[in-house]
Design a protein around this ligand. Structure first.
Ligand SMILES: Nc1ncnc2c1ncn2[C@@H]1O[C@H](COP(=O)(O)OP(=O)(O)OP(=O)(O)O)[C@@H](O)[C@H]1O
Ligand SMILES: [Mg+2]
Length: 353
């Protein structure tokens, strides 16, 4: 029997995204996609400062998309989440689940009582005799509670709690199935966070969240050009409306400067991966998230890191032929939906916290 799909609900600091997919014989089909902007600073540093606004955004998305499904998958990211790939003695999944709380203590900078833990065996054998590799995920209960509470308050059932990097990887694997053997970095750049995931042979090998995103570009434009937040957002998006607010060359120079800073930070993370890993070298960087469409960032990053960059289309391999699906809307804002799409592909019993 086919597993009943869940709603993908990505609570980002800039907007909440809702995605509903349907499994068909030919693969996934999009039923609905919605994006509801949040007031500025409704979520700061991952903390829900204005829960009411988040609840309203979720309810609005459910109503406007006429969604009947109640079960949802949500995700979290940032400082409250720890992801580590660790070697362990070979054992069954049952034994691993029993022993992981004891093992995890040495890898987690939080009190073990304050976290939920999930673990997956990613390699049953390694070069070392009787060893396997597991990916350990630990997330603060407080944060999980905060995020699931707003979903409950909005009338939905948060069945799965995932983490952003894995949701993006899930979405990527479905849309770009040919990268199995290579080492690639998937970088999801939102408004306040960037989630980095180096995937080698399909396995998440190095992950890191950095507090850097589209807001930094907006803030720098505001500061340098003396304009409002809304004006700076318009300038950042480019086009004729932007030219009316600021000189194109000036704006470009500012965006390039911030792109340099971000690329250097990314480079440091990737160099740390290269220095500590025995995997094949990185061959490409895939970008997702709202800020992946910043042209200056793509150019500067490719130049600085000396690697090809490709922007992920979260709907590349998804059937859009459902009535009511607005292709123009997807063309314009679909790039922010990567996490939501990956969450909507989750099944109860998958990774959860
Ligand atoms: N076409 C575009 N060009 C430039 N920037 C864009 C574009 N589209 C969206 N953005 C920027 O992307 C950011 C929003 O991205 P996204 O929706 O992925 O973030 P979020 O998930 O809400 O936030 P986070 O995950 O960081 O908390 C905003 O800073 C927005 O200005
Ligand atoms: Mg996000």
């Amino acid at each position: 029997m086919a597993v009943k799909p869940v709603l993908g609900l990505d609570i980002g600091s800039n907007s909440v995204k809702l995605c509903q997919l349907k499994p068909t014989k030919q693969g996934w089909q999009l039923l609905s996609l919605g994006v509801a902007p949040l007031p500025h600073e409704a979520i700061v540093d991952g903390a829900l400062m204005n829960s009411g606004a988040v609840v309203d955004a979720i309810m609005e998305l459910v109503a406007t998309n006429k969604v009947r499904e109640k079960n949802a998958a949500v995700s979290i990211s940032g400082h409250s989440v720890i992801i580590k790939k660790i070697p362990m003695s070979q054992m069954s999944m049952e034994e691993l689940e029993e022993s992981i709380r004891w093992e995890a203590e040495q890898f987690i900078p939080f009190d073990i009582e304050d976290v939920n833990i999930d673990v997956q065996i990613v390699r049953e054998e390694t070069e070392m005799a009787n060893q396997m590799e597991v990916v350990l995920v630990a997330a603060k209960k407080d944060m999980i509670n905060d995020y699931t509470s707003v979903v409950v308050e909005a009338g939905l059932n948060p069945l799965i709690c995932d983490v952003d990097v894995f949701a993006v990887q899930n979405m990527f694997e479905h849309n770009y199935p040919n990268y199995g053997d290579n080492t690639i970095a998937i970088v999801n750049i939102g408004a306040s966070n960037a989630n980095i995931n180096v995937v080698a042979g399909g396995i998440p090998t190095f992950t890191r969240d950095i507090s850097f995103g589209g807001n930094q570009f907006t803030e720098e434009l505001q500061k340098e050009l003396g304009i409002s937040y809304d004006e700076a957002e318009t300038v950042k998006h480019g086009g004729p409306d932007a030219d009316a607010i600021a000189n194109k060359n000036n704006a470009e120079r500012i965006l390039e400067g911030v792109s340099e800073t971000f690329s250097m930070e990314l480079q440091r993370s990737l160099e740390f991966f290269s220095a500590t890993s025995t995997e094949r070298p990185l061959s490409k960087i895939f970008l997702s998230g709202g800020s992946s469409h910043l042209k200056s960032l793509q150019t500067v990053m490719s130049h600085k890191l000396g690697l090809p960059i490709e922007v992920i289309d979260p709907f590349k391999n998804i059937n859009l032929d459902h009535q009511g699906v607005d292709r123009e809307f997807i063309k314009n804002v679909g790039h922010v939906a990567g996490v939501a799409v990956g969450l909507a592909m989750r099944a109860p019993g998958d990774r959860y916290l």
